[in-house]
Design a protein around this ligand. Structure first.
Ligand code: HEM
Length: 173
């Protein structure tokens, strides 16, 4: 069996764990926690519980964002740049995924932060939470496609050591 390089595997594991925690947490908030809050508590208790949850969940959200950015950049360097992948279509998929991730990070930071500018969003979190879940699913699908593209034989750039695929025939006089 070929030897496995442990660093890309570790970086990928950590990336996937952070993604599962972040998108799983947002799914729970959007479809279980927020609707149950409205059904069961009066405004005063709702605000107390929301503030307590935000204090704890906010730390995990910030940690997940930092880990996803660091390990995502690590994945890109180790799996795409160092491996010499052809830019198309891998880099285009990566660009799309990166933009969607930035939107998620913005919405998540606004929801767990204290900025008065986003108080309205925190009052009605269901919409932004559902947007996070939808974009999260899109990102997971895009990441799966990126992985398949990376494993396809045509995705590797030609190197000087590759066998030539065309030969030049010199016409005889
Ligand atoms: C909410 C944010 C994110 C989620 C949910 C997410 C999710 C994932 C998942 C599930 C995979 C594994 C895909 C598979 O093996 O099938 C993956 C791989 C990857 N992610 Fe992310 N990710 C996020 C953010 C980022 C960011 C910010 C970057 C770049 C800075 C990034 C770069 C990558 C790269 C390069 C891969 C490897 C894809 C491949 O196999 O070729 N990710 N991501």
């Amino acid at each position: 069996m070929d030897q496995i390089d442990i660093v890309p595997v570790l970086v990928r594991w950590i990336h996937i764990v952070a993604a599962v925690v972040a998108i799983g947490g947002a799914t729970f908030m959007a479809f279980a926690f927020v609707p149950s809050l409205r059904e069961t508590l009066d405004e005063n208790h709702r605000e107390k519980l929301t503030a307590a949850v935000r204090g704890r969940w906010g730390k995990i959200v910030h940690l997940c964002i930092a880990v996803l950015l660091l390990t995502g950049a690590g994945n890109f360097v180790l799996l795409a740049l160092k491996a010499g992948l052809k830019p198309m279509p891998y880099h285009a998929l990566f660009g799309l995924k990166f933009i969607a991730a930035m939107v998620i990070f913005f919405l998540a930071s606004a929801l767990v932060g204290r900025s008065p500018g986003f108080a309205g969003m925190r009052q009605r979190p269901a919409g932004p939470l559902k947007a996070i879940v939808g974009l999260g699913v899109l990102i997971i699908l895009l990441s799966g496609v990126m992985s398949s593209v990376r494993h396809s034989p045509s995705s590797k750039k030609a190197t000087t050591t590759d066998t030539p695929t065309a030969t030049l025939t010199i016409p005889q006089p």
